[in-house]
Write a protein that binds this ligand. Structure first.
Ligand SMILES: [Zn+2]
Length: 321
């Protein structure tokens, strides 16, 4: 076989099947070299560009992650500071709540003592009165004996619970104290025996205290009390607690009662239709002591009511409610 000049063409035989004919395809030699080369170069280029793209994406992702991380760290720092601040406030509040609790305890103890004093004077027997009203006083004390150890449970819930409990205690005090003040005032009044209750149903004053024209003589005369008109048989009330000094009858006063009050004052009730107490008898404020009438030196049904202070009649009106 001689050396033929190198052919510019190459023949490709394509065998499809055993029974079919062989196809011959002639292609130029440079094309056979060029096509794979171009393909190879294209693939290489693609790989290089993909690598470049992925490294760029990775870099930007890393940058974003770093930025987010910095932001998160700033947020965490803020939160930690806020938590520290809140913890500090909580400690302060807990200390304050402990202080408040102690103060409320003191007030409650004073309230307890006041209630005991009131009970003692109200009944005149401290033992029975303490037994009579155990609810209020023992209830108050009980609430405070069960003091929680605030220091050992510094938590928001514990402090909230403390405040809720203290608020309830203060509310209970606000509810109880006015009633106690009323009781104390009532005791003071009964102890001092100052007459203050209006002694009749009717409030119609027909003659006031002081100088006036006498209804019988028509001459100037001193009226030592007030006249309150009313219906015969109307109840007459004791203006204050005291002792019946005199329950009697005289031509001028008619049926009359004099009550001696513990503070030194006397109240006089005249022209009564009926006397319902006896000399020496103790009366309470508001107790019915007789019936309104027109006995003695009287022109019609009325009560002559008089207050005597150190043996001198004084205007009763300022004493009456
Ligand atoms: Zn009179």
């Amino acid at each position: 076989m001689k050396n033929a000049p190198m052919s510019r063409k190459m023949t490709l035989l394509v065998l499809q099947d055993a029974n079919q004919s062989v196809k011959q395809i002639q292609v130029s030699k440079p094309l056979v070299i060029t096509v794979p080369l171009v393909a190879l170069l294209s693939i290489s280029g693609l790989i290089v560009s993909l690598q470049a793209y992925s490294s760029h994406t990775a870099a930007s992702l890393e940058q974003e992650l770093q930025s987010s991380n910095t932001q998160l760290q700033a947020v965490v720092t803020d939160k930690e500071e806020a938590i520290r601040r809140l913890q500090h406030q909580l400690v302060t509040l807990t200390a304050e709540s402990k202080n408040m609790r102690s103060q409320i305890k003191k007030v409650s103890q004073m309230e307890d003592e006041l209630q005991q004093i009131i009970n003692k004077f109200r009944t005149g027997n401290s033992k029975t009165s303490e037994a009579a009203t155990p609810g209020d006083s023992s209830y108050i004390g009980g609430e405070f004996i069960a003091v929680h150890d605030v220091d050992s449970r510094i938590s928001g819930q514990a402090t909230r619970d403390d405040y809720a409990e203290m608020s309830a205690l203060i509310q209970a005090m606000l509810h109880r104290v006015p009633a106690m003040v009323d009781q104390a005032e009532a005791i003071h009044e009964s102890m001092s025996g100052t007459p203050s209750l209006w002694p009749t149903l009717s409030r119609r004053m027909t003659s006031s205290f002081g100088y006036r024209t006498d209804p019988f003589t028509k001459k100037a005369a001193f009226h030592a009390g007030v006249d309150i008109s009313g219906e015969i048989g109307d109840p007459i009330y004791s203006a204050g607690a005291g002792t019946v000094l005199q329950a009697d009858h005289s031509p001028a006063r008619g049926n009359f009662i004099i009550i001696q009050h513990p503070g030194g004052l006397q109240t006089w009730y005249m022209h009564l239709n009926k006397i319902q107490v006896n000399t020496g008898e103790k009366v309470t404020k508001g107790e019915v002591i007789g019936k309104l009438g027109s006995t003695g030196r009287s022109t019609g049904p009325h009560l002559h009511f008089q207050v005597v202070k150190e043996n001198e009649p004084v205007d009763p009106v300022p004493y009456l409610n």
